[in-house]
Write a protein of this length. Structure first.
Length: 224
């Protein structure tokens, strides 16, 4: 797990800051998962709301890039953590993907320094996920709110989702520059799965930027 970006404005009053945390690429079979957190003052939240900020999945790529610029201008702090495929595999093989996400979100929360933080929860059990998050957060503990679909209902989590999506897309684009025709990177994409199938057939092992713990890839490897 690698923290790829961290900014903090000195002297910020953390009691006046609202944080949001989200991820991008959890379900992908190619590329890293990105967890991002951002904290904003009330005026920053109001400005994003007036600009019409939405969950990253509801925005076109150009709109995401535009919002990304606004978020960087308005944020008091921002932290991004990248989780590579090998670490994802290590957790998934022991059914621990939710724990890995909680650990990564905990690292982000430790760095964005907000007093009140909203998190897009991956676990169906919100109380269980909240308890898992708290195990990875250093004292003093912020006020945490775990929500389903938080990226759709909370502007600061929407901002975090945009940051995570932008960074994730850039990571995938770097892979695409070296290896063409990888598709979107998701198992539902026929182009992605055809690329992986050809790679496995040729090299008898998956590429390092693919998640061997994902069932479609496990099946391919078992058939070799």
């Amino acid at each position: 797990m690698t923290a790829v970006s961290l900014m903090l404005l000195a002297g910020a009053n953390t009691n006046a800051l609202i944080g949001g945390v989200d991820e991008a690429g959890r379900g992908s079979i190619i590329g890293p998962m990105i967890v991002a957190g951002v904290s904003l003052g009330r005026s920053g939240v109001r400005q994003l709301r007036e600009l019409g900020i939405k969950d990253s999945k509801a925005l076109r790529p150009l709109s995401r890039e535009k919002f990304f610029g606004h978020i960087l201008e308005l944020a008091h702090s921002l932290c991004v953590v990248k989780i590579d495929c090998c670490e994802i595999d290590r957790y998934v093989f022991f059914n621990g993907l939710n724990e890995l996400e909680a650990k990564s979100m905990g690292e982000v929360i430790n760095n964005i320094r907000a007093n009140r933080i909203y998190v897009d929860a991956c676990d169906v059990n919100l109380d269980r996920y909240l308890a898992s998050l708290r195990r990875h957060i250093q004292l003093p503990q912020p006020r945490l709110y775990c929500l389903h679909h938080a990226d759709c209902i909370n502007e600061v989590v929407s901002a975090a989702s945009i940051v995570a999506k932008i960074i994730r897309d850039r990571e995938v684009q770097e892979i695409r520059k070296k290896h063409h025709n990888i598709g979107s990177g998701y198992p539902s994409d026929k182009k992605t799965m055809f690329f992986i199938k050809k790679w496995v057939r040729k090299y008898k092992s998956p590429p390092l930027f693919a998640r061997r713990s994902w069932k479609p890839l496990r099946i391919m490897l078992e058939r070799q």
